[in-house]
Design a protein around this ligand. Sequence first.
Ligand SMILES: Cc1ncc(COP(=O)(O)O)c(C=O)c1O
Length: 405
Amino acid sequence: MSQDLLERREQIFGRGAHLFYQKPLTIVRGEGVYLYDENGERFVDMYNNVPCIGHCHPHLVDAINTQVANLNVHNRYLHDGILTYAERLVATHHDGIESVVMSCTGTEANEVAMLMARTITGGEGFICTDAAYHGNSAAVRQLTRARGSKNIKPIPFPESYRCEAEDRAQYLAFKTEGVKLAGMLICSLCANEGLPTIPHGFMGKAADMVRDAGGVVIADEVQAGLGRSGNWWGYEASDFVPDIVSMGKPLGAGVPLAATASSREYVEQFRRGSGYFNTFASSPLQAAAGNAVLDVFESEQLVSNSATVGTYLSEHLEKVNSRVAQIGDTRHQGLFVAIEWVESRDTKKPDREGAIRIVNRLKERGFLIGNAGAFGNVLKLRPPLVFAKEHADAFLDAYADVVNA
Ligand SMILES: Cc1ncc(COP(=O)(O)O)c(C=O)c1O
């Protein structure tokens, strides 16, 4: 069955459409933190952040079913649900976040954020990190592992483990090149960079410097946000106050739902300047999904669960990891854990192949994690936020066997 699907996939998608795991999985069902393959084998999902309230949560399923059975249209009509959702979403942010532009993907949310920054500042230049990923449109992908161009200048991501930053630094040159700054777009936790331990005060200082230079600060919360860090938003964990936030992935728990939020003034400037329209955004379906997700966050207290279970998991992992020669560093923010798999602690040289081996062995033991980060050597644990201590305990047993084998 899997071989047949693999061949059909290569034929119809073309080779190069990435799949996880040396022996790819055929997943047919999800429930809570569990995924099931076609043979009924159960896996603990410790990778997927989109189903943040757990796979196929009954409250979400009911809300979506009810909505699509009743109405789903575009956003050129008044609708209470989407306004309620936008109000609830804004209320989770700092006071300066007042109004929202809805969209469908993280890429679009970042496109809107960049356009908004350009409109507000009249600038064109963006600062990002040198190992960033913010999406795949023509505009946003210029920030992916950027090496520097007229309008995009990368700074070394704040990596406190290897401290090679100076070697990779490309110094800011907007001023000398006559490019006006629009802003800085940065993931609040530097998630794709490998969840580095961001030095205390770094983000706040960077934000101040950007504002002093006439730019605005955009926090990409697509991966970092909605409870992942044990706070509502990653910028709270990294201690800075963004002017604009972009959100996506977990907001709709599988229904495409993304948003860019800022002050009412900035949002209105953007709307005047762009006439932005997005066919599937601000729909009753998005509202139903978004509201259902927030309901579950409240009723199941998922932000605090992320903080407590994340700390529990990472403390126990550290005990195991301190005895493993190939593990150089264990970092966590809520239910987001990053483990540096290295050739040796002395050289700190990233061992991507070794990390991939661990990922595949854990899959054979029934636990799904990934490898990521600037060098692909970071074991990435980022389960749905309903992940509980009992799941952590089961994982820790298998993990200890695998990393010590
Ligand atoms: C930090 C970050 N921003 C933006 C995106 C793009 O989101 P999407 O794939 O929904 O366009 C991603 C996707 O992985 C991401 O990790």
